[in-house]
Ligand binder design. Structure first.
Ligand SMILES: *[C@@H]1O[C@H](CO)[C@@H](O)[C@H](O)[C@H]1NC(C)=O
Length: 362
């Protein structure tokens, strides 16, 4: 389960973003303990001068390119939002891959991001989706200075504004993100194209999850006035969609058309005439160029699956890669025989129960 409250930036390991080849990567880095890692909202309005300095400092703590650093310094609230986005992306990835051989652990991520596996594709997509989502939310929550609610100029939306309802500002976040990642120069390099494609799949997944929510106003629900606004799906929903895309990821190669002077991503001709995989991958398909390793044994990409908890009826065979699993029983306590006492609390006893745990052998 993913906790609702994400860990604090003061935790011993926080995550930082490294932007590489105009795409974003997620990497862990350790804190020295000297950094000023305060949350903005805790600073009162009187400390606005200090706040300005803090936000510049926060930008300096992130590993950004020169241009990105400039954008970050110009945009109070961005550094925090970037950090929230990294946390959101990492937690969602680990949640979606909790029962897979590769569990999205941070070990080996640097090596993984240099390759062109399906897992690399997922990392790019979930990272850009988290950024898009966090930015749009930060705008509507008033955590950013340069953007506010969704300000699409349609009437319904303006009415929503008057009622004090604030839509999530996806338009701003998408535009900003494209500028931030600097996607304009797409080279001929296949890997660069693949990374950009997968980044855009992530952005699109957030966009496709946008829902219009309406509310009625008027005497006893007569709905004389209806206001509508745009709302993002919960991020779990987007993570789930991207995981399905990972399961169906399309392997691509470069088909260059030198006469026209550009090349496109192409999927190999399918023998099975599978209608799901047309020759050109769709803008919603995750794409990859290399087959993944098994992730069974420790490697530079992962720690392997020894010791991983699995479910006997479910994934033990595949997760343990045929090595078998250990069975261990342990006692767990839980609340039981609860009774409402007069007045007014619930009294429970602690019961013990045996629980069997299966874990992959070495
Ligand atoms: C992933 O699996 C490794 C063992 O292979 C384990 O040490 C690590 O804690 C797991 N990470 C997560 C996030 O579940």
């Amino acid at each position: 389960m993913i906790p609702e409250v994400l860990p604090n930036p003061g935790d011993s390991v926080i995550l930082c973003m490294i932007f590489h080849n105009s795409s974003l990567l997620l990497l862990p880095f350790s804190l020295t303990g000297k950094e000023a890692l305060t949350h903005f909202p805790s600073l009162g309005p009187s400390s606005s001068a200090a706040q300005g300095k803090v936000h510049v400092k926060q930008c300096d703590l992130l590993k950004l390119s020169r241009k990105q650093k400039r954008l970050c310094r110009r945009e109070p609230g961005l550094a925090e939002t970037l950090r929230d986005a990294v946390r959101l992306g990492v937690m969602e990835c680990q949640y979606q891959f909790r029962s897979e051989r590769w569990n999205c652990s941070l070990e080996g991520r640097t090596s993984l991001l240099k390759r062109g596996f399906k897992e690399t594709a997922f990392l790019y997509a979930v990272s850009s989706a988290a950024l898009t989502h966090s930015l749009a939310r930060a705008c509507s929550a008033g955590r950013m200075e340069r953007c506010t609610c969704d300000d699409s100029p349609d009437l319904e939306n303006r009415q929503a504004w008057q009622w004090g309802v604030c839509g999530d500002n996806l338009k701003y976040s998408t535009k900003f993100l494209k500028k931030f990642l600097g996607q304009k120069r797409i080279g001929k390099d296949l890997r660069a194209k693949v990374d950009i494609h997968n980044t855009n799949v992530g952005i699109k997944a957030v966009k496709n999850g946008l829902k219009t929510t309406c509310k009625c106003h008027g005497v006893s629900g007569s709905c004389a006035v209806r206001t509508c606004w745009k709302q993002l799906s919960p991020f779990h929903e987007i993570g789930r969609v991207l995981k399905l895309r990972y399961d169906d990821a399309v392997k691509v190669f470069s088909s260059s058309n030198d006469a026209v002077g550009h090349s496109e991503l192409s999927a190999p001709q399918s023998h099975s005439h599978s209608p799901r995989h047309p020759p050109v991958p769709r803008s919603t398909d995750l794409v990859y160029v290399e087959d993944s390793p098994s992730f069974c044994r420790p490697s530079k990409y992962s720690l392997g699956t020894a010791g991983r908890i699995c479910s006997r009826e479910g994934n033990c065979d595949s997760m343990c890669c045929g090595r078998g699993y250990n069975t261990q029983s342990r006692m767990v306590t839980f609340s039981c025989h609860c009774q409402v006492q007069w007045c007014c609390y619930v009294e429970c006893q602690q019961c013990m129960q045996e629980e069997v745990v299966y874990s992959c052998k070495q």
